[in-house]
Design a protein around this ligand. Sequence first.
Ligand SMILES: CC(C)(COP(=O)(O)OP(=O)(O)OC[C@H]1O[C@@H](n2cnc3c(N)ncnc32)[C@H](O)[C@@H]1OP(=O)(O)O)[C@@H](O)C(=O)NCCC(=O)NCCS
Length: 149
Amino acid sequence: MERVGPGDVDALRRFLRAADLTVSGLDLSTVDLWVTRDEHGAIIASTGYELSNDTHHALLRSVAVSPAHRSLGLGTRLARFTLRQAADDGAQSAWLFSRRSGPFWQRLGFAAASRDELAQTLASTHQVQLFTQTGQLQVEQAWHRPLGV
Ligand SMILES: CC(C)(COP(=O)(O)OP(=O)(O)OC[C@H]1O[C@@H](n2cnc3c(N)ncnc32)[C@H](O)[C@@H]1OP(=O)(O)O)[C@@H](O)C(=O)NCCC(=O)NCCS
């Protein structure tokens, strides 16, 4: 897993756009991101999160695996890595938005949650502010799980 720096943001943006995920805010210092590359240096997976101001809550985002590398366990390893990082950063619970991959997150211990509770808990994050402004919040599905238990 390689931490994303300013020079990686354009390639990550292309990768996430192809996965139909949010590409806004990738260059913010408040968004922690990592990628995995193939032997040619191309991004094949990504993951990341933003923390609430008090660091007690993490909003996972940008979790994606390229179609050619799916169903091999990479997504699960990425998600577990991200949850460990967030816990090390002080987060006591993890949240995310996902309309299409709910069963994947349920296997990782997430349960359906209130999108309004997520938006309140993580109001300071870029993704919540963006989704609130654009109205996307109202069509999203929120997920939640405690960390460190
Ligand atoms: C979700 C995602 C990261 C999973 O990556 P992956 O490497 O395939 O994950 P794993 O191999 O560890 O686990 C795959 C298992 O998760 C489940 N799963 C994954 N995506 C699913 C989906 N959309 N619907 C139902 N189950 C899903 C399946 O049970 C699958 O098992 P199978 O391969 O036996 O069918 C990948 O499908 C992806 O990039 N999707 C598009 C982006 C996205 O929706 N990201 C989540 C929002 S942040």
